[in-house]
Design a protein around this ligand. Structure first.
Ligand code: ZN
Length: 564
């Protein structure tokens, strides 16, 4: 871009030189050459001598050249081009300013004991919102404004709130599977976790395997056909066979199990990962999850490890003709869509107490203050959820990767933009969501009551778990050409580290996508072994990955905020 401007200037200089020499040439010939007109003596007293037709032609030509020069100069100093060069250097400066120390410090505070796992609707929902606001103010505030600030214990009027259920499993829940002398009790966290909004339960029952737990007789796929699960605990795999087209949620499966008479359920990731599960880096470990069924259809359940689930189906001697393993059953269902449901000879005991209260959710929108209003209110949203699971079953869920990491990226982007004195063309709105883990409640709330009309929202960038992985970034896009993601990657120096996809299911960008806003989701690629587990601590994060994600989000935000 710099080379191009130098070329423009050189050409402009040449044009003006030519024009001026032509003017001087005309003047000297007209005034000095006796044959060219009526002569100097006449000219001194008689203006018309300078208006002979040749001279007029020459003068017009010179004026024409000057006009072309002026026009060319204006074009070559097009503010967009000038701004682009400035934008590039501002971005380069901002990229250099990113601090891994600040990122890690924010994450360790957010995932530390003070915020107790940041559960939606708990008192920590409010305290983390206040903390975020305070950090944002410190990040972007001009030193001279420091005496002029609002009290830090009040959220802005634009904060979105709603009442939510707050559910927590009391310590210590018990899940015992096939308690025989050679089958030790399952271990909380590693082998099982109760579904976090499960009702209290205390019972023992036989386990019935129901495949993926789908009952859809209309499409010929009914995994409850021919098996009576009354008073049984059903075991179903998460997800669905890839050849089964309809969408089915965890809550759908719970409702089905309840309607079929089951008294509890176990769920597990299948031994065969779907492409989506592999891309999300899922492991066989149990994960914290809200079931999200209505109270009248809720059923107590637990997520168990793939290992334990496999043992439930093959807890037999491996004699010839042994029953098929969980992997074999899953492969058969995936391949044929023929149900493989069956009663097992294993029983399970489920026992825990659930405390149910209600509380408030806080989704916090903060506008980047140095933004000018010259783009008619066009806005780029950059969002991340800050909620997690709190303390459940006596275990703290720190949520360092999910999603203290994304929250820290938001703050760091705001800081470096401010430090470099950036003036993006479009408004940038930072959104700190709560309620993501409870079904995207905070982002749905924003889409229902947007601060800026959604049609003026030109992009929503969502950042979620960007702290661990294989060093690459997964970028999911809707409503954009891939070149947008590629350009930002090049600007951030990460051109060869991006895995580009279309729609990325799951995350706070989903309500925006459904409302027609173009979205970009940024997730660190590869396995997230601590996903939704008590081990998702700050010391498991990779600072290089965090910095790379911040660089990418900054470059992308800057590019979209300054797009013509
Ligand atoms: Zn999560």
């Amino acid at each position: 871009m710099e080379m191009e401007r130098k070329y423009h200037l050189a050409f402009a200089y040449w044009t003006v030189t030519m024009a001026m020499s032509r003017v001087l040439d005309i003047r000297s010939r007209d005034f000095c050459n006796p044959t060219s007109g009526d002569g100097i003596s006449a000219g001194l007293h008689n203006k018309p001598q300078f208006t002979n037709s040749r001279t007029i032609r020459m003068s017009r030509r010179a004026l024409g050249i000057i006009c072309w020069f002026l026009l060319y100069s204006i074009l070559s100093l097009d503010p967009l081009q000038a701004q682009t060069a400035d934008d590039q250097s501002t971005l380069a400066k901002a990229l250099e300013t990113i601090s891994r120390g600040r990122l890690l410090s924010d994450i360790s505070i957010l995932s530390g004991p003070e915020f107790n796992g940041r559960q939606t609707g708990s008192r920590n929902d409010l305290t983390t919102a206040l903390w975020f606001q305070e950090q944002f103010r410190m990040a972007v505030q001009h030193p001279l404004d420091s005496h002029n600030r609002q009290p830090s214990n009040v959220l802005p009027e634009s904060t979105l709130t709603r009442s939510v259920h707050v559910s927590s499993i009391a310590a210590v829940p018990v899940v015992q599977i096939g308690m025989t002398s050679d089958n030790p009790a399952a271990e909380l966290g590693a082998d099982y976790l109760p579904i976090l909004d499960s009702p209290s339960i205390n019972l023992r029952a036989q386990i019935a395997f129901v495949g993926y737990g789908i009952a859809d007789p209309a499409s010929g796929f009914d995994e409850y056909d021919g098996i009576d699960v009354h008073n049984r605990i059903v075991l179903f795999l998460r997800g669905k066979p890839e050849h089964y087209a309809a969408l089915v949620s965890h809550a759908d499966k719970v409702r089905t199990a309840k309607a079929k008479g089951a008294v509890g359920y176990l769920t597990a990731t299948g031994p065969v990962l779907s492409a989506y599960e592999a891309r999300r880096g899922m492991t066989g470990r149990p994960s914290a999850l809200y079931g999200l069924t209505d109270v009248d259809m809720s059923l107590a359940g637990a997520w168990i490890s793939t290992d334990i689930a496999s043992r439930i189906l093959t807890d037999h001697d491996h004699e010839p003709g042994h029953p098929p393993s969980l992997r074999e059953l899953q492969e058969t269902i995936n391949r044929t869509l023929h149900p493989q449901s069956r009663m097992t000879d294993v029983d399970a005991k489920l026992s825990w107490l659930t405390e149910q209260t209600s509380g408030m959710l806080y989704t916090l929108p903060i506008t980047f203050p140095s933004t000018e209003e010259d783009a008619g209110g066009d806005t780029i949203i950059i969002g991340a959820h800050r909620d997690h699971f709190g303390r459940q079953a006596g275990l703290l869920f720190p949520g360092a990767d999910d999603n203290a990491s994304g929250t820290a990226v938001l703050l760091e982007v705001a800081r470096v933009l401010r430090q470099t004195g950036a003036h993006p063309k479009r408004r940038i709105l930072f959104l700190s969501f709560s309620g993501e883990e409870q079904g995207l409640l905070g982002s749905r709330l924003y889409v229902e009551q947007p601060l800026i009309p959604l049609k003026r929202t030109k992009a929503m960038i969502n950042i979620d778990h960007v702290g661990v992985g294989n060093g690459r970034l997964t970028v999911g896009m809707t409503g954009f050409e891939k070149s947008v993601a590629v350009q930002a990657g090049q600007a951030a120096g990460l051109g060869d580290k991006l895995d580009l996809y279309g729609f990325f299911p799951g995350g706070d960008h989903v309500p925006f996508k459904e409302a027609g806003v173009p979205t970009v989701t940024v997730v660190s690629a590869g396995v997230h072994p601590q996903f939704h587990q008590p081990s998702d601590r700050a010391d498991t994060l990779d600072p290089e990955i965090l910095v790379a994600a911040t660089r990418y989000v900054l470059a992308l935000t800057w590019q979209l905020a300054n797009a013509p």
